[in-house]
Write a protein that binds this ligand. Structure first.
Ligand SMILES: C[S@@+](CC[C@H](N)C(=O)[O-])C[C@H]1O[C@@H](n2cnc3c(N)ncnc32)[C@H](O)[C@@H]1O
Length: 219
């Protein structure tokens, strides 16, 4: 089965013996990869839309995995069932991800791991999910088809992060691998462009951007 590098990295972060809920599963290729790789993983592949679930069902049948992956049509954590211990939210926007988690806050104490790969808003995601009593266990970054995809694993706990860590990732900043350095460089260029486009009316924003560029330059 062909699966993107991003989905493979996400799948490799799932622990054996876990019961996963993949919210926004689309084609369910991630779930198929994960249960094929780990003998003792079960999954609920859920999506709010019927179209993606039709594709998911076809794929699950094709690989004969009906007893391992259950399909559910639901909005966010409405698809939760007893004993699920891992939530995967990937390919959704940062605001949607946080809304999904906050809307069913009462379920979160049952969760051992949340794996996130969003399209955007990483500062917002890290800030809000850590406020829900989770800390960052590990982070990965994937570059694929001209885009960078940070992937974050949250586990229950408390840890404080500064604004720069919330934006770029405390674990990524510590590890500083080459893909992450390229990602920082890409962001630095973007910030310089924004800085140059702003007139002095936005001097406060300009100060903030300058500070961020300085921080990136120190890495
Ligand atoms: C871009 S796809 C991501 C597919 C896959 N998870 C990935 O990372 O490649 C986003 C999927 O999320 C689903 N979705 C959007 N909002 C949702 C919600 N509130 N609850 C469940 N699924 C949702 C969409 O229908 C779509 O299939």
């Amino acid at each position: 089965m062909k699966i993107s590098k991003r989905l493979q990295v996400i799948g490799d972060l799932v622990s054996d013996n876990s019961f996963i809920l993949d919210i926004g599963c689309d084609h369910a290729l991630l779930d198929i990869y994960v249960v094929q790789k780990n003998k003792n993983v079960h999954a609920v592949a859920s999506d709010i839309n019927e179209g993606p679930l039709k594709k998911a069902k076809e794929n699950i049948n094709k690989y004969n995995l009906k007893d391992k992956i259950k399909i559910k049509q639901a909005d966010g954590l409405e698809s939760y069932e007893e004993n699920i211990d891992t939530i995967i939210l990937s390919g959704l926007g940062g605001v949607t991800i946080v809304d999904i988690l906050k809307n069913k806050k009462e379920l979160l104490p049952k969760i051992k791991k949340i794996i996130i790969s969003s399209n955007n808003n990483y500062y917002y995601l890290r800030k809000n999910i850590t406020n829900l009593n989770f800390k960052i266990e590990s982070e990965k970054i994937v570059y694929e088809k001209g885009k960078y995809y940070p992937i974050i694993v949250f586990i229950p706990g408390k840890e404080k992060y500064n604004n720069f860590q919330l934006k770029y990732g405390p674990k990524l900043l510590k590890e500083k691998n080459q893909v992450f350095k390229n990602y920082l460089d890409y962001n630095r260029k973007k910030l310089i462009k924004i800085y140059k486009s702003l007139n002095n009316k936005y001097f406060l924003k300009k100060i903030k951007i300058k500070r961020e560029i300085k921080m990136i330059n120190k890495i």
